[in-house]
Design a binder for this molecule. Structure first.
Ligand SMILES: NC(=O)c1ccc[n+]([C@@H]2O[C@H](COP(=O)([O-])OP(=O)(O)OC[C@H]3O[C@@H](n4cnc5c(N)ncnc54)[C@H](OP(=O)(O)O)[C@@H]3O)[C@@H](O)[C@H]2O)c1
Length: 283
C-alpha cells in the first residue's frame, strides 16, 4: 500500500494515475475528500499536516509514502516532520520526498531551506528514503494560461534566466520507481528536463505548438513583487521568494542532469512535448 500526499496536486495526482494504471494498491491523502476526484481503484483518506492526529489513520497499513510538502506553507518543515512521525510510528518502510533543486544552497534565500528539515529527517532514518529535487515544472506556465489565451504577454519573473524545465510526469515516473523498490534508497536525485530554457524560450516553443505568437515581457522588481503577493504568499516570505527569483536571473539554476534517464532508462520529455499535450489550456 502506497500513501500519496499532495494527491490532488501537480505531481501527486500523476503518481496516483501511474500507480492506478499499474494496479498497485494506493491511498490518496487530501484535506477534503468530498472535493477530490479519483478513479475507482484509488482509496481516499482525509488528512491535514496541520492536524497531525489526522495523519495516523492515513499511514495505517502503508508500506511506502510519497511526501509532498504543501507549497507556501508557513512552516513546511513542521509538515514533513509531522508526516514522518506518523509514518515511523506506523512502521512505514520507505519514503520518497518531493523536494526542490538547489535545496540547502544559501544563495536561493529562505526558499532554499524549505525542504531541509524534511530531507534531514529522512537521512536520520530509520525509513528507507529517496529525495527528488526537481527543477522548474513545465506546468508553471499554466499560471499564465489566462494571459496567453487573452493574447497578453507573459511577465518574465525569471529575467531571462534559463532552467532545466521538467515535465511533471517525468518526476512522477521517477517517484513511482523509487516507491516500488529499494533500488533508489539513500539517493538524492536532481531531476531536470533535457535542455535549459528561459521563459521566453518556453513561450516561443508554445507559440509554435499553438501556431501563433506567444510574447513574454520583462518585469520590474516592483511588478515581480506584486505577482508574488498575488500568489497568496505571506508578506514575511515575499522577500525570500524574490531572492530565489534573483538566483535564477543570475543563471545559477541553468542546470541539466541525466538522472531522469538513469532512473527511467529513457530521456526526459521535452517542453515541446508537454506543450503539445497541454495546448487546450492555452487555446
Ligand atoms: N513548481 C515548481 O516549479 C517546483 C519546482 C521544484 C519543487 N517544487 C515543490 O513541489 C511541491 C508541490 O508544489 P505545487 O505547487 O506543485 O503544489 P501541488 O502539489 O499542486 O498542490 C499542493 C498539494 O498540497 C496539499 N496540501 C496543501 N496544504 C496541505 C495540508 N495542510 N495538509 C495536507 N496536504 C496539504 C494539497 O492537497 P489538498 O488541497 O487536496 O488537501 C495539494 O494536493 C512543493 O513542495 C514545491 O516546493 C515545485
Amino acid at each position: 500500500m502506497i500513501l500519496i500526499t499532495g494527491a490532488t496536486g501537480t505531481i501527486g495526482s500523476e503518481v496516483v494515475r501511474l500507480l492506478a494504471a499499474r494496479g498497485v494498491p494506493h491511498r490518496a491523502l487530501t484535506r477534503d475528500p468530498a472535493r477530490a476526484r479519483f478513479g475507482p481503484g484509488t482509496e481516499v483518506v482525509r488528512g491535514d499536516y496541520d492536524d497531525p492526529s489526522s495523519l495516523n489513520a492515513a499511514v495505517t497499513g502503508v508500506d511506502a509514502v510519497f511526501m509532498v510538502t504543501a507549497p507556501r506553507a508557513a512552516s513546511p518543515g513542521a509538515h514533513d516532520l509531522a508526516l514522518l512521525a506518523a509514518a515511523r510510528a506506523a512502521g512505514v518502510r520507505r519514503a520518497v520526498k518531493l523536494s526542490a533543486i538547489g535545496t540547502g544552497d544559501p544563495g536561493i534565500g529562505p526558499g532554499g531551506a524549505w525542504h531541509v528539515p524534511g530531507e534531514q529527517a529522512l537521512r536520520d532514518g530509520p525509513l528507507r528514503w529517496t529525495v527528488l529535487r526537481p527543477s522548474m515544472f513545465a506546468s508553471n506556465l499554466l499560471w499564465w494560461a489566462g494571459d496567453i489565451r487573452a493574447g497578453r504577454p507573459v511577465p518574465d519573473q525569471y529575467g531571462g534566466g534559463a532552467q532545466g524545465v521538467i515535465d511533471p510526469s517525468d518526476i512522477a515516473a521517477v517517484a513511482v520507481e523509487a516507491l516500488l523498490t529499494d533500488d533508489h534508497h539513500g539517493r538524492t536525485y536532481t531531476l531536470t528536463g533535457p535542455e535549459t530554457l528561459a521563459l521566453s524560450d518556453m513561450t516561443t516553443l508554445l507559440g509554435k505548438v499553438l501556431g501563433r505568437d506567444v510574447p513574454s515581457v520583462d518585469v520590474t522588481e516592483a511588478e515581480s513583487r506584486a505577482f508574488v503577493r498575488s500568489l497568496g504568499i505571506p508578506e514575511e516570505a515575499v522577500d525570500g521568494v524574490l531572492e530565489g527569483l534573483a538566483y535564477v536571473r543570475a543563471g545559477h539554476n541553468a542546470i541539466v542532469t541525466d538522472e531522469v534517464e538513469r532512473v527511467l532508462g529513457r530521456p526526459p520529455r521535452t517542453f515541446a512535448q508537454w506543450a503539445t499535450e497541454h495546448r487546450a489550456a492555452f487555446e
